[in-house]
Design a protein around this ligand. Structure first.
Ligand code: SAH
Ligand code: SF4
Ligand code: F3S
Length: 452
């Protein structure tokens, strides 16, 4: 099929697809790929749920609140479905995988339930040529069966920064986490597929690629040279693509931070000086109960090695407070670790017991105590984030413009360190990568001027 035939013209006859994405970047990527698959079926994306012929909710199961959001959003769709019974409602993502037909039982208005490993079957499901509920884990790479990214539709084409999933699933089984159950075992996509997709994105004007995986640095595969490649080698190969200026990746596990990856941070200029490396807790007792398989000291040693390789790297992390059994001393150990590392920013969450995970039945920490600990940790992390931003003032950094700013003549883009930077730049275009002198730090962004 030609590119032309695959891309539905903006005819009024085209059916409209509304997608809402919850959860992590892998879901953002998957939503784009599903939009492309549905594009080949004659659907165009809409931002307006009320005019949609199909509503697809791409869900997250990581914490209870995330999963419950699906049911409240489905509840709100009832009047729309009552008005237009031919409206198709689909549930994708990690809640789809975890709850399957429980979703259609609880919410009969749902037409389709599709798990994250079955997205290639979505078009057939919509046509009524496949079961309404598909949550199996197929052998093959689902991405091979989705349309090539040449059918990128309007909504995804323009962005100068793109996601590219290279690895899926998780074999680590942290005691609190649903991901190994919702996304399945670790699978690495083959080198050639990844390079082809990256080249294709760059040919379309993408200048920054973020490599994605639930355990992205666990990626491995057979390289073009017949050898087994690790993730650091993959980054070096991607860095050779002409026109690709920036590479990022997320999310990494400390135990998969191999030497070749750390060296890539030293050697590969396109690899941005930013690393999200979740640690979850600073207490060895809790790390053990979480099945994280490393100690706080091992994490700190790893950080030292990474900073030796790339002294200006900005580190970020994830924390869970109130994990079952967490004492005041354990919490203090987390605060101590944070003080020692000095993070650029971090996400912290109150522990949420998830059905089916090993920690689910363990006695919980008192809710108010967990809230107080969360506040204390967040206050410390916010101070560190503010200091990290203020340290940017006076520096000249690369900024990749992603969209116009709030004021006329203003552009906003991401710095090397992933801060949003507002710049007066009336002549600039989206996709320009420019040098910017940082003038000022605001609560969640920076302001700068074009460097001469
Ligand atoms: N693969 C990534 C994380 C995926 S989930 C990794 O290993 O780091 C993103 C974050 O959500 C986790 O790092 C953890 O901090 C948080 N999280 C996961 N399960 C949780 C739970 N049951 N309760 C609270 N936070 C949770
Ligand atoms: Fe979840 Fe742990 Fe796997 Fe991360 S490494 S996805 S937290 S089980
Ligand atoms: Fe959520 Fe699934 Fe991502 S549970 S965080 S959407 S892998």
């Amino acid at each position: 099929m030609s590119d032309q035939a695959k891309t539905p013209a903006a005819s009024s006859a085209a059916k409209k697809l509304f997608i809402k994405t919850y959860g992590c970047q892998m879901n953002v990527y998957d939503s784009q790929r599903m939009a492309e698959a549905m594009g080949a079926e004659g659907y165009v994306l809409t931002e307006n749920q009320a005019e949609a012929d199909m509503v697809l909710l791409n869900t997250c199961h990581i914490r209870e609140k995330a999963a419950e959001k699906l049911y409240s959003d489905l509840g709100r769709l009832k009047p729309l479905k009552a008005e237009r019974p031919d409206l198709k409602i689909g549930v994708a993502g990690c809640v789809a995988q975890a709850e399957g037909e429980e979703i259609t039982r609880r919410m009969p208005l749902v037409d389709l339930v599709v798990g994250p490993q079955a997205y290639h079957r979505l078009p057939a499901m919509v046509r009524g040529e496949a079961p309404r509920i598909v949550t199996d884990f197929p052998e093959e790479d689902k991405f091979d069966h989705l349309p090539a990214r040449t059918s990128l539709n309007r909504a995804t084409r323009r962005a100068p920064a793109a996601f590219l999933t290279v690895q899926e699933g998780c074999d680590k089984f942290c005691a609190f986490c649903v991901v190994p159950y919702t996304r399945g075992a670790e699978v690495s996509r083959p080198v050639e597929r990844i390079l082809a997709e990256a080249r294709d994105l760059v040919a379309r004007g993408v200048r920054e690629i973020t490599l994605l995986g639930q355990n992205v640095n666990g990626w491995h595969g057979a390289g073009a040279d017949g050898r087994e490649w690790g993730f650091g080698r993959l980054i070096r190969a991607i860095a050779e693509i002409d026109g690709l200026d920036r590479i990022r990746y997320t999310t990494s596990h400390p135990n998969d931070m191999a030497g070749d990856l750390i060296e890539a941070h030293r050697d590969v200029p396109q690899l941005m000086p930013y690393l999200h490396l979740p640690v979850q807790s600073g207490s060895d007792r809790i790390l053990k109960a979480m099945n994280r398989k490393h100690t706080a000291a091992e994490y700190l040693r790893l950080i030292d090695r990474i900073r030796d390789a790339r002294p200006d790297i900005m580190l970020t992390s994830d924390f869970i407070v109130g994990f079952p059994g967490e004492s005041d001393a354990d919490h203090q150990a987390t605060l101590d670790l944070v003080a020692q590392v000095n993070f650029g920013t971090a996400f912290s969450f109150k522990y949420s017991p998830r059905p089916g995970t090993p920690a689910y039945d363990r006695p919980e920490v008192d809710g108010d105590l967990a809230d107080a600990r969360l506040q204390e940790l967040q206050a410390l992390l916010t101070r560190q984030q503010k200091a990290a931003q203020e340290a940017m003032v006076g520096r000249t950094l690369g900024v990749l413009f992603e969209k116009p700013g709030r004021e006329a003549g203003q552009m906003v883009g991401k710095s090397d360190y992933l801060h949003s930077v507002f710049v007066e730049a009336p002549q600039a275009q989206i996709g320009d990568l420019v040098q910017v002198r940082i003038l000022e730090s605001a609560p969640n962004s920076l302001r700068g001027e074009l460097a001469a």
